[in-house]
Write a protein that binds this ligand. Structure first.
Ligand code: HEM
Length: 492
């Protein structure tokens, strides 16, 4: 080897050893370190472990790894490589610290790397900010989800009727619901945000939707590449996709800002309402992308999972339909109050989100040195160094038999009725928890209850030939293939 390369290799080796020793000393001063699984590939400084995890993320089997780890090494593990630390935990007390106590004390947040990774897409958004900027940003969004706005269900009716007509046009042939519901939620999101009616349900090819999917794939790739995304990934595809999204957003924003400045009569859209708080077009763009990101794919995927589960469980479908017909009637438009009186439908959605949470695992960052409540060999608190990535998984926690019983893997909405909706704290968090709990949770629940009520009123039964779905575990948990459900005119 060239002498210069030798010198570089030796220098890297020395830096790595020094950093590893510094970390050990800092960990000792805070408490104990949690266990670290052995190296899978024989590459020193933990690089072997990171490469192994990267491979499992890439081949879509990352989530299968979690129960394997818990069984072998305990429920909180640490991985370190070259000064970068990650902790994976499946302990309710640790999840509580990561979501509740840590953020309140300013010790846990999204972190600067995450902010950078998402900046081009979201700007300064509630999703990627910390501290006072996050607080201000979140307060502006929360204002938009008032009770009156939640109770305004008119927006959905027009889109649901269009979807029902579309489903009927299949004349009891299997409907590709994954695709349909993505188009449906694109239409409702655009209508809610901008006040436009895109009708992608009937006109599937939509440039915005295509660019949106591209951006999402790129964000997935960035998440997989971790700190190396800037070096590893090309810039152009993101720039091209963002150009399409931004053109739509800026055109609408500029019009709304003009309307506000000219004192014209404003509409009821989120965009018109947000111009009351800010006229900064970049800030407004961030809010729009955030709402779209939060609300579109999440609702589409949960509704897809629900329809598929209902098609596989005719008795559950029949019970839910009977409840809806009794409370709302066979064809009447549901009111907000009636939707709150459908405990069985609510239990179905809770159960779907338990088994198939849309965010299978989530990442936060330690903003300061701190400790997690448990994870040492004797369950004692464990040291967490600033900048450590903290991972926890709804997909894993929601299926633990010690919290959900021996039938944890089964779809059984009745468990929510039997328990009165209760569960051990921090074992169920499909909408996250603590101060950063999903800002659109009520909106999403109302939207999903409304749409399901209308569909169940309209179709006496569903069926599917597809057994249990398989999922890609990316930022979101997405079915690997299209999902087909047949909507019938008669009871099963
Ligand atoms: C089934 C539907 C939904 C699910 C399962 C869901 C789930 C979640 C989860 C797990 C988080 C935490 C993310 C993290 O910790 O990184 C979150 C945050 C968020 N969600 Fe949702 N969400 C849904 C619908 C919506 C809707 C409809 C909106 C808006 C219209 C929305 C807006 C947001 C926002 C703005 C945040 C960030 C909150 C913050 O960091 O302060 N979500 N959501």
């Amino acid at each position: 080897m060239h002498p210069l390369l030798w010198a570089v290799a030796v220098a890297i080796f020395i830096v790595a050893v020094v950093r590893q020793n510094q970390h050990r000393r800092r960990i000792k001063s805070l408490g104990v370190a949690c266990p670290e699984p052995p190296n899978v590939y024989p590459i020193p400084f933990g690089i072997g472990r990171f490469l192994y995890i990267g491979r499992r993320v890439k081949d879509g089997t990352f989530m299968d790894l979690w129960p394997e780890w818990w069984q072998e090494y305990g429920k909180t593990l640490r991985f370190s490589a070259f000064g970068a630390n990650s902790i994976f935990t499946d302990e309710p007390d640790n999840v509580r610290f990561i979501l509740q106590e840590g953020p309140l004390a300013g010790k846990v947040g999204m972190g600067a790397d995450f902010h950078d990774q998402w900046y081009e897409f979201l700007g300064d958004s509630v999703f990627n900010l910390d501290g006072i900027k996050w607080k201000t940003n979140r307060a502006k969004l929360r204002k938009q989800f008032t009770r009156e706005r939640l109770a305004d269900l008119e927006l959905f009716e027009h889109h649901v009727q269009r979807m029902i007509r579309f489903v009927k046009s299949y004349s009891e042939q299997p409907v590709p619901v994954l695709d349909l519901l993505h188009r449906f939620t694109l239409d409702t999101s655009m209508n809610y945000m901008l006040g436009t009616d895109e009708n992608t349900v009937e006109k599937p090819v939509h440039q915005f939707s295509h660019a949106w999917d591209n951006v999402f794939e790129i964000m997935d790739a960035r998440a997989r590449a971790g700190g190396l995304w800037k070096i590893l990934l090309p810039k152009k595809p993101m720039q091209d996709a963002m150009a399409v999204l931004n053109e739509v957003a800026y055109t609408q924003i500029d019009r709304a800002v003009e309307r506000r400045k000219n004192g014209e009569k404003l509409g009821t859209s989120f965009l018109d309402a947000i111009t009351e708080d800010t006229l900064d077009r970049e800030e407004i763009r961030g809010h729009l992308m955030t709402i779209m990101l939060g609300g579109r794919d999440t609702a589409a995927l949960t509704l897809t999972n629900t329809l598929h589960a209902l098609a596989r469980h005719p008795a559950v479908y029949a019970t839910a339909r009977a409840e809806i017909l009794e409370v709302i009637g066979p064809s009447e438009i549901p009111t907000f109050e009636q939707l709150k009186k459908l405990p069985y439908l609510k239990a179905i959605i809770d159960e779907v989100l338990r088994l198939w949470p849309i965010l299978p695992y989530t990442r936060k960052s330690a903003l300061k040195d701190c400790t997690l409540p448990t994870g040492g060999k004797n369950r004692e608190p464990i040291a967490v160094l600033a900048d450590t990535e903290l991972y926890y998984s709804a997909r894993s926690m929601h299926r633990r038999p010690e919290f959900w019983g021996h039938d944890a893997d089964l779809f059984r909405p009745e468990r929510w009725i039997e328990s009165g909706g209760n569960h051990k704290p921090w074992t169920y968090f499909p909408f996250s928890g603590g101060p950063r709990i999903c800002v659109g949770m009520q909106f999403a629940m109302t939207e999903m209850q409304y749409i399901l009520s209308r569909l169940l009123q309209s179709f006496p039964s569903l069926s599917t030939t597809q057994p249990e779905l398989e999922y890609k575990m990316m930022i979101l948990m997405v079915p690997k293939t299209e999902v087909y459900v047949t909507f019938h005119d008669k009871e099963a």
